[in-house]
Design a protein around this ligand. Structure first.
Ligand code: FMN
Length: 132
């Protein structure tokens, strides 16, 4: 699954992305996440600092969907499988990034969303259509 440069730029520069998860008993949960950026054209890094229900959900049901804060400039819904790293290079890089943004942050994990579906949310005839 390939995010376009425009999609990656929008994820990088938006102040937040909305991150949706679900529990194993089907309770949806959506939160704003500031520390989100693409690592490559198929992967979005989300830094778990304060994730609570979100983190529990991802551990038991490692699937998620995101949309950027200013969805008018990037009218897409990204879905995929999540990998959680609580140590190692992804974690170390996430800690370094978080601390460069706010020194007192103590991330508990790097959450990697491996995007496998992209849908349009643009109002009109293409709304909800699968792009890739
Ligand atoms: C503007 C904003 C940015 C946030 N950025 C992050 C973030 O980068 N990482 C994080 O773990 N939580 C972040 N949070 C906190 C989460 O939105 C949320 O409060 C946390 O996941 C607990 O909710 P939950 O129990 O539904 O997971 C942010 C909150 C706001 C309001």
């Amino acid at each position: 699954m390939v995010l376009t440069q425009e999609m990656m730029d929008a994820i990088e520069k938006n102040n937040i992305v909305w991150l949706a998860t679900a529990s194993t008993d089907d309770v949806p949960n959506v939160v704003p996440i500031g520390l989100a950026r693409p690592l490559d054209s198929g992967t979005v890094l989300l830094v778990a600092n304060f994730m609570n229900k979100t983190f529990k959900n991802l551990k038991s049901n490692p699937k998620a969907s995101i949309a950027v804060g200013n969805v008018s400039e990037c009218p897409y819904q990204f879905k995929g499988d999540v990998e959680i790293y609580e140590s190692g290079k992804y974690f170390d890089d996430a800690v370094q990034w978080a601390k460069s943004v706010m020194a007192q942050l103590n991330p508990k994990a790097a959450v990697l969303l491996k995007v496998n579906e992209i849908y349009s949310v643009q109002p009109g005839p293409d709304a909800g259509k699968k792009i890739e």
